[in-house]
Design a protein around this ligand. Structure first.
Ligand code: NAD
Length: 359
């Protein structure tokens, strides 16, 4: 295991170095400018600090509906007046050559509108997960970026974490044999009053927000697409709080190889784990989907996972894609695929029947 991990660490570092010091900065042309749309928790606590660590892009602009936040952000990140936008004058960003990438970090139901507006303004887009609240919206977003000739990527930060690189490599190389069983659980207690509990803004409950990590992990572990899904909603303890979205959901994804991924997500528990078994070995990550501090173990002992800044690696990798004109490893099409799966999971839970998937 240790040898495998150090091999992967080497891979990860070269990927990061490629992203951080790629053709753009090497050529001395400066960094790509990123504008964050929505200055909520994820922008403030994760993305903006990560943009201080990126080597191929930088925080150049902000788009906000909260004027009281502007001064603090401008001072902290040295953002000029001309790079500050409200939601209503956001389209003027088209005239700003200082902004290359728009990063949409708004409630899920607003992702489509701002991605389409950003593409029309001639900007490349990173959009947070879940990509939108329906597969139909995702199709529109992919089409808008394609029409504008701009790249679209989804905020699937786990693809830049060493644990994911390890799992993918083990799955592809069958180092441990074929995976025979997988369990993924991602749950967080949700306080009342959040847009995440409002279906109109969130598109759904914990499945949209957290269960999507279980879907993603199942697919990158399996290395293939699921063909069927079964699902069940859990009980509701607080009908007022969970008036519009599910409190919890359990679902099983079946893959062509026969692997079944057992997944669970809830807004009334704390869970964050991934367990994969093959006939030769087991691997367990807990936490499995956090920003940092992931812990992994196997029957042979603890893993020594390198520390990374997932968000900085992701944004640098996207800047590299923009500079080189290559597709992101987490493109809009992946977000669209996942919304199709999420819709099938909801259908299976609502009907109580297995839903076949043709992806
Ligand atoms: P948040 O509630 O902290 O911030 C949301 C921002 O959107 C706020 O600045 C708010 O003012 C603004 N906003 C604009 N219009 C709004 C409206 N009509 N209703 C409510 N807020 C409105 O949320 P967050 O945690 O920053 O999440 C934002 C997005 O980022 C979501 O799509 C979420 O799924 C995603 N996210 C991703 C990760 C990740 O690990 N990739 C982590 C957290 C959040």
């Amino acid at each position: 295991m240790a040898g495998l991990l150090s091999g992967l660490y080497g891979c990860r570092r070269s990927a990061g170095a490629e992203a951080g010091s790629g053709a753009f900065s090497a050529a001395g042309s400066g960094k790509l400018g990123v504008a964050l749309v929505g200055l909520g928790k994820y922008s403030e606590e994760e993305l903006a600090p990560a943009l201080l660590e990126t080597r191929a892009c930088r925080l150049a602009g902000i788009v906000t509906g909260s004027p009281e936040k502007i001064g603090k952000w401008q001072r902290k990140y040295d953002i000029p007046d001309g790079n500050v936008y409200s939601y209503s004058d956001f389209d003027r960003i088209a005239e700003n050559p200082d902004i290359d990438i728009v990063y949409v970090v708004l409630p899920n139901a607003l992702h489509k509108e701002y991605t389409v507006r950003a593409a029309k303004a001639g900007k490349h887009v990173i959009c947070e997960k879940p990509m939108a609240v329906s597969a139909a919206e995702c199709e529109e977003m992919v089409a808008a970026c394609k029409k504008a000739g701009k790249l679209l990527s989804i905020g699937y930060r786990m693809h830049f974490d060493p644990s994911t690189l390890l799992i993918r490599q083990l799955g592809e190389n069958k180092t441990l044999g074929s995976f025979t069983s997988l369990t993924a659980r991602d749950s967080q207690k949700m306080k009342s009053g959040q847009w995440r509990l409002d279906k109109a803004l969130a598109g759904g409950g914990p499945l949209m927000d957290l269960g999507i990590y279980c879907v993603q992990a199942s697919l990158y572990c399996a290395g293939e697409l699921p063909v069927a899904v079964k699902a069940r909603f859990g009980k509701i303890d607080d009908p007022e709080k969970f008036a519009s979205v599910e409190q919890s959901i359990a679902f099983d994804l079946t893959f062509p190889s026969g692997l079944v991924a057992h997944c669970h997500s809830s807004y009334a528990e704390e869970e964050n784990s991934l367990r994969i078994e093959s006939d030769r070995e087991w691997l367990e990550f807990s936490p499995a989907f956090s920003y940092s501090g992931l812990k992994g173990k196997t029957s042979q002992g603890k893993m020594n996972l390198p520390k990374v800044n997932q968000q900085a690696l992701q944004m640098d990798d996207f800047a590299r894609c923009v500079n080189e004109g290559t597709r992101s490893r987490v493109p809009g099409e992946m977000g669209l695929r996942d919304l199709k799966i999420l819709e099938a999971i909801y259908e299976a839970a609502e009907t109580g029947s297995e839903v076949k998937l043709k992806l």
